[in-house]
Design a protein around this ligand. Structure first.
Ligand code: AMP
Ligand code: MG
Length: 312
């Protein structure tokens, strides 16, 4: 059965979605990063459904979404770095990994049985209105089957055709378009677990030098799998020309193609178009998508990170 799509701006639809989540069901909803597949993060069965819908490995923990800072620090233990980061970047595309507050009834599956929890306050006010109505943390990974392209429109979620998903809250195209920056602030020195729209430079301006993560720290952030975010077609990165039989994805006119992540070379625009353009190019019969080089600065780091995992 197809899910019904409602505007996330519609308070009646949000109320209905909230009831579904509070009774243990799942709802897909827009955020400013990508569309999430949300369920009650304190309900073991609801969280199990998220893993089942996505066919996501159980060792890959989920981000819990809340509407305000007070709720966030009722779940995660605040360190000085956590407070400083929250102050500057929340609400927004930043996930903080903290030690789980003693006694908070988070479902074990949400955190993959770890003693830490990943928390985000989404930037979009209508997403926060939904979360505020629910009043519990909502575990919400991207609303796609594990390992595939992330959804940045309601249509992308519809196309996943999740069996049993009844409601999709449509907020249009995601303004940011890549998943949140994930920063572990549970230890003495903050560690970047996933690059995103909030960059290393922006973080270090707030908390000083941080540690970076290479791809070998599977245990620190189980979700940083080498292969992820993949289209069906294969990807050829840093292409300086199109080869026979390829379709191309350009940046700043380098390949002279019509499909350009940002003709003006704006990395923020490129990030917001990334998954939508990959979805559009990833059609039956297309074997390879050649992608022009993207500068490794600012959000370009996150774009290259996603492209590398998609190509792996
Ligand atoms: P996703 O839900 O697909 O956006 O992925 C969430 C990301 O946050 C993954 O990379 C997870 O591994 C990471 N994550 C979530 N919870 C934790 C945690 N407690 N410790 C470390 N990383 C986490
Ligand atoms: Mg995902």
């Amino acid at each position: 059965m197809n899910a019904r799509v409602y505007s996330i701006k519609d308070p009646i639809a949000r109320a209905e979605a909230g009831r579904v989540i509070l009774s243990g069901g799942l709802v897909a909803f827009a955020t400013e990063t990508v569309y999430g597949l949300g369920g009650d993060a304190t309900n073991e069965t609801a969280v199990a459904k998220i893993f089942a819908y996505k066919a996501r490995p159980l060792y890959n923990p989920l981000i819990s979404h809340v509407h305000d800072v007070r709720s966030a620090f009722a779940i995660g233990q605040a360190t000085s770095a956590a407070l400083a980061m929250a102050d500057v970047f929340w609400p927004g595309p930043l996930t903080l990994v903290m030690k789980l507050m003693d006694g908070f009834p988070l479902a074990c599956l949400t955190s993959a049985n770890m003693s830490t929890v990943a928390i985000r306050i989404p930037g979009d006010p209508t997403t926060r209105a939904l979360l505020s109505e629910i009043g519990r943390p909502v575990a919400a990974p991207s609303a796609n089957r594990s390992g595939r392209l992330s959804p940045t429109t309601a249509d992308h979620v519809v196309a996943e055709d999740f069996d049993g998903l009844k409601i999709i809250l449509d907020g249009g195209c995601c303004a940011i378009g890549v998943e949140s920056t994930v920063l572990d602030v549970s230890g003495a020195i903050p560690r970047l677990l996933r690059p995103g729209a909030i960059t290393q430079e922006q973080i270090e301006a707030v908390v000083g030098p941080i540690e970076l993560t290479n791809n070998n720290v599977g245990l620190l952030s189980p979700g940083m799998l080498a292969s992820h975010y993949a289209p069906i077609a294969s990807l050829r990165l840093n292409a300086t020309e199109l080869w026979d039989g390829e379709v191309g994805l350009d940046f700043a006119g380098q390949l002279g193609l019509a499909v350009d992540l940002s003709a003006l070379g704006d990395l923020l625009e490129a990030a917001s178009n990334l998954f939508a353009y990959l979805h559009a190019l990833d059609s039956p019969g297309i074997k390879t998508i050649a992608v022009a080089p993207i500068p490794r600065t600012g959000v370009g780091i996150a774009i290259n990170d996603r492209l590398q995992r998609a190509a792996a």
